[in-house]
Write a protein of this length. Structure first.
Length: 319
């Protein structure tokens, strides 16, 4: 990793003070701190916000599931990760990003995903109502009768309710013909509108895994090349019928021509590591390999090798 600064001998718990001091002395740099775990991400974030109240801090967490588990990462986590990548890519100003060992070890979506899969809405924008609905489904939003949870949307006549992961309240988009007439926040419990919104709203994907004709053909081709007995795979058959199985995100590499690393978004960043980084990295790699081997030993042979999904020591040091 280039432009790397190691915390080294700084005592655990004092990292935020080191980072704040470092930023004051190097106020022209963007900075990435790689925390030990998710708990430390939020601990460091709150301390830096107290030390430097004016700063915006981005966080980038790992999927909230065990490697190779048949449970999907939450929509909220996926959307948060995508939003952070979007802001890093588009914000040419100085950024402060806090991630974790587990998060940076995982390969991620590439820049083309970021460029092509966000929807900007604002008052009086002309947008096709039916196409917007189809796009929301494609971006991973779940259609429901009433919006209660994040990543849900509902339709009532010419109104679309949607709960974006980066907002505290869901929003209501009211159309007149193909024009957006009003945008409002509403209470998810009472469903009553409580505030008009005048600024632009960015609708982000809430899933890192998309299925369309092109990506599905790529998946099927790649899966058949890797697994000769593909006909016996429930995962393959479900995906072939455009059904995303629980835990299907573990096959993300097969739906993309290529994946990126988190470091590829953080070019020219100053990178600060926690002083347990290498040990935690090695333990995580060992755990991932153990989970993969356990699946194979259990007779479940339709899983991608860790090198498809995760970085290794060589890649980390080359980045």
């Amino acid at each position: 990793m280039s432009n790397e600064t190691l915390i080294g001998s700084v005592n655990k718990g004092n990292e935020a003070f080191f980072i704040a001091d470092y930023l004051k002395k190097n106020n022209e740099c963007s900075l990435l701190y790689i925390a030990r775990n998710e708990k430390e991400i939020f601990d460091i974030k709150s301390k830096i916000e107290w030390l430097i109240p004016t700063v915006e801090i981005l966080i980038y967490r790992s999927w909230d599931q065990i490697p190779y588990d048949s449970v999907s990462p939450s929509k909220e986590i996926q959307s948060e990760r995508i939003n952070t990548l979007y802001k890093i890519y588009h914000n040419k100003n100085l950024n402060i990003v806090i991630s974790s060992v587990n998060a940076i070890l995982q390969k991620t979506i590439n820049v083309d995903f970021i460029k092509n899969n966000f929807i900007e809405i604002f008052l009086n924008k002309k947008i096709n109502f039916e196409q917007l609905i189809n796009k929301l489904i494609f971006l991973g939003y779940q259609r429901t009768s009433v919006v209660r949870e994040k990543s849900e949307f509902a339709i009532r006549g010419s109104i679309i309710d949607i709960f974006l992961s980066d907002r505290i309240q869901p929003i209501r988009i009211d159309f007149f013909d193909q024009n957006i007439e009003t945008i409002s926040e509403f209470d998810r419990l009472t469903q009553k509108t409580n505030k008009k919104i005048d600024e632009k709203i960015l609708i982000s994907p809430c899933s890192e895994l998309f299925i369309d004709k092109k990506s599905l053909n790529l998946f099927r081709k790649s899966f058949r090349e890797i697994f000769p007995e593909y006909r016996h795979s429930q995962i393959y058959n479900l995906f072939s019928n455009s059904i995303i199985p629980s835990g299907g995100e573990n096959f993300l590499p097969l739906f993309n021509e290529s994946l990126s690393t988190f470091f590829s978004y953080c070019l020219n960043y100053h990178i600060i590591l926690n002083n347990d980084f290498q040990n935690l990295f090695d333990i995580r790699i060992e755990n991932i390999n153990d989970f993969f081997i356990a699946r194979e030993d259990g007779g479940d042979n339709f899983h991608l090798h860790p090198e498809k999904l995760y970085l290794n020591n060589k890649i980390i040091h080359n980045n």
